[in-house]
Design a protein around this ligand. Structure first.
Ligand SMILES: Cc1cc2nc3c(=O)[nH]c(=O)nc-3n(C[C@H](O)[C@H](O)[C@H](O)COP(=O)(O)O)c2cc1C
Length: 234
């Protein structure tokens, strides 16, 4: 790999499962959170929320929700990365507000965010419109390229995709700062949701343990699938 700082961070980022107690400076955490906020997201709707678990009682419950995995228990900082599938309307309005504050709204922006976004993301009460939208897209696609007018499940997938990109950006930023992370999908989603008081359309995408690796922190050698399995051309 190129000897550039970005590649050094990519190469040296590993999942760390045992951390030193050394604190993570707030300014480092803030820089990495701000880097994560720059991650790409579907229609720039940024469906994520980083929740820093500071309160000792909440932390204990979060460790338990993470099934008492060692990375959660040993890390000086534990974050929950929450994905929101219902914030698209609020965030769409914010995008329009910011554009308008910068000058006259471009026609293409207005029609994209006012017409296309609701058409794609709106799924109606209890997601009732979803199957109809999906069926319509599937049939239309037989005749011409058609975007997936999403069902509630599709909106959920969209939100998770974008949120995971924010997670990756955060972990690489942390590595660039000389810190380590452990992403965790092994957790109890119902307890996590109650603990963080999440609304119906929100769920934890993953927990992120953050700190400095201990000597025993790296458990497994890196194993990569053969390149030919994961890269191809058509
Ligand atoms: C979405 C996701 C969930 C994961 N969940 C856990 C987890 O619950 N516990 C854990 O120890 N590692 C977890 N990992 C870490 C993976 O096991 C790890 O990334 C993989 O083994 C590759 O190792 P590396 O990150 O050191 O390259 C998770 C990784 C991802 C991306």
């Amino acid at each position: 790999m190129l000897d550039a700082p970005f590649y050094a961070a990519v190469e040296s980022r590993r999942t760390i499962r045992d951390f030193l107690p050394d604190p993570v400076p707030q300014e480092v955490l803030d820089r990495c959170l701000d880097a994560a906020r720059l991650a790409p997201s579907s229609s720039n709707l940024q469906p994520w929320e980083f929740v820093i678990i500071r309160d000792p009682k909440a932390r204990q419950l979060a460790n338990a929700a993470c099934l008492d995995q060692l990375p959660a228990k040993s890390a000086p900082v534990l974050l929950a990365l929450v994905t929101h599938r219902d914030t698209w309307r609020r965030n769409r309005d914010e995008i329009l507000r910011v554009f308008e504050s910068r000058g006259p709204l471009r026609k293409s922006h207005a029609s994209y965010y006012r017409k296309i976004i609701p058409l794609v993301y709106m799924t109606g009460p209890f997601g009732i419109l979803g199957p109809l939208k999906r069926l319509f897209s599937r049939i239309a696609s037989l005749f011409k390229p058609t975007p997936n007018l999403m069902s509630r499940t599709d909106v959920r997938v969209m939100a998770h995709k974008s949120t995971a990109l924010a997670a990756a950006t955060f972990m690489l930023a942390m590595r660039a700062e000389g810190f380590d992370t452990c992403p965790m999908e092994g957790f109890d989603p119902w307890r996590a949701k109650v603990l963080l008081d999440l609304p119906r359309g929100a769920e934890v995408n993953m927990f992120l343990a953050v700190g400095k690796r201990s000597k025993q922190g790296l458990w497994w050698d890196r194993v990569l699938m053969p390149r030919a399995w994961v890269v191809r051309e058509v």
